[in-house]
Design a binder for this molecule. Sequence first.
Ligand SMILES: Nc1ncnc2c1ncn2[C@@H]1O[C@H](COP(=O)(O)OP(=O)(O)OP(=O)(O)O)[C@@H](O)[C@H]1O
Ligand SMILES: [Mg+2]
Length: 269
Amino acid sequence: MLRASGLKKSYLSGDRRIEVLGGVDLAVMAGESVSIRGESGSGKSTLLSLLAGLDAPDEGLVEWEGAKAAADRRARYLGMVFQSFYLIPELDALGNVLMAARMLGAPGPAGRQRAAELLARVGLAERASHLPSQLSGGERQRVAVARALMNSPRLMLADEPTGNLDERTGDAVVELLLGLCRETGTALVLVTHNAAHAAKAGRALCLHGGRMQSGKTGAPVFPAPLLPSACREPHSPPCLPPRFAAAWPGSVPLASIMRASMRRSPAPS
Ligand SMILES: Nc1ncnc2c1ncn2[C@@H]1O[C@H](COP(=O)(O)OP(=O)(O)OP(=O)(O)O)[C@@H](O)[C@H]1O
Ligand SMILES: [Mg+2]
């Protein structure tokens, strides 16, 4: 699904070169969730921008499903929650979520309905017509999560998606993202400073000294990919843990939103 090999990245700061990534390898399979922790400045956001194909590595290669990461596939393939959200200030919450669909064509009523459902799923049904400036930091972050889910991405890159959220809401957002992996086979890379959230991922890694290490042992990692649970138990129906299903009472279960979107044409229309 996602394979990064030998990623190196440095920045010029004045006449000084800052080495950020010194050869990072990472492979994430469909349905697999991987968390990445690391000190501030260790290069987590830099790595995600390389994995998203938004920036080029000095050395190394990023592949999505066996082909080089390319901008023309990004809107369909990738969902990204940026650390600083990057919402469009002139668009309300619904418009920001719909913007993802607009990258693939004009969203019609079905697209609008899906965007509204996703906003409800992140607890913002009552905020759909609010501009980002009228939203709290945590609400903006949840709009960014909904936008990243809009096109049913095969790969989700989330950069501290709970950084501005209270504990309960943060837990719910992480469950939402992990549920996405379980239910739809999306691969998830979750950057977080929250140890409890990191531990919920199928694999916990740590970026340190420009290298990827196992979150538990500190040893270098490039482990054999784990089979996602959906593959280990092919006959089990998708199942939402009660905590996930009850994250926002009255909200639409993610599974039903995703199933509905899969029945629709490729792009919400
Ligand atoms: N465009 C840039 N030009 C110069 N230096 C940069 C640039 N972007 C990032 N850096 C530097 O690269 C290093 C890694 O930054 P990055 O944002 O990837 O860290 P991070 O692990 O995401 O940190 P945080 O946990 O605070 O978000 C930092 O020292 C930062 O100052
Ligand atoms: Mg960062």
